[in-house]
Design a protein around this ligand. Sequence first.
Ligand code: DGT
Ligand code: CA
Ligand code: CA
Length: 364
Amino acid sequence: MGARIVFHIDFDYFYAQCEELRRPKLKTKPVSVCMFSDRGGDSGAIATANYTAREFGVKSGIPISFARKMLKDRKDAIFLPADFDYYSDISEKAMSIMEEFADIFEYVGRDEAYLDVTKRTDSDFGKAGYLAQQIKNAIKNKLKLGCSVGVSPNKLLSKIASDHHKPDGLTIVPPEKIEAFLEPLKIRAIPGIGKKSEEYFSQMNIQTVGELKKLDVFSLNREFGRKTASYIFNAARGISDEPVKEKKPSSQYSKIMTLKKDSKEYEFLLENTISLCCELHEVIKKNGRLFRSVGMQFVQSDMSSKTKSRLLKNHTASLGELQKTAQQLLREALEDQTKTVRRLGVKVSELSEGKGQSDITSYF
Ligand code: DGT
Ligand code: CA
Ligand code: CA
């Protein structure tokens, strides 16, 4: 077996691009997607902006009021509230197109994924480049969605490479080009190196990845601790052996079981509900997701179905909250229950990414 070949695919200015898709006239205007807070007015932050708005300094995380000031001379500037359901819908479609092209497919978040394509390309970077272009074309033709792709022997390098040319990029880094690719890059290009580490390194006159390589692992250890130090040391050399792990996107998770006996007895059903919640919670945890909606399903002895669901105030990953909500739903469902229950199910939906998905936390 030759070198691994891993793709990182990241959709360009994702939320704003989604807005352009449904209103193509927006394309020539500065578009900012906003997360308005419930305090009203302009309070809240920018989720993302298209490249026209970025030319004026607008970017993710800044207050909406700042963005308005930056764009005050553009009478055509557009500010839209984020519509996550719509973005998730486009994301799911794009993910299912990409899955077809992978040996192993790892969903990372709404706008990115890793694909291990080692087998289907026979470890050949020429074939891999061709495959990457095919994927870009498929997403473009079917959804009109643009993305940037990094191709390299590992996840870390591919993540850096996908960010190298944006939008609509394709950056291929075969093993023999790793050094030449990495050395001139700003250290910030390494996922996990943020403002603070950047300041620390710049005091030592280190700006580029090439310069970072001059530091030995011991001085890095002293500053960052063993784990982070070894990550930085290896990252500067393009080394990372984290495997691409199969993970599919899902808009809901559920667990359903056939009961030992048909029943409409609260205590018996509660006991089973609680254990279903535990199993379901394992899945939620494994996928690093938060949920906001909890649902309960009965398949009754005549095979008819009964469902109840509740939307929580906030997204959560709490097992306690899941069990408490399921218990309430169970009690409500049993209020007018005449038939016995044969199968019992618990479901969570309205999912969002947990904290675990951000680059920094998953790398450090
Ligand atoms: P790019 O650079 O063309 O990939 O642009 P985006 O907007 O796709 O940026 P990316 O990939 O870092 O993030 C994907 C989506 O995640 C983005 O469309 C909005 C959301 N997002 C990113 N950063 C933030 C942030 O700081 N706050 C909030 N609320 N959302 C963010
Ligand atoms: Ca993106
Ligand atoms: Ca991204």
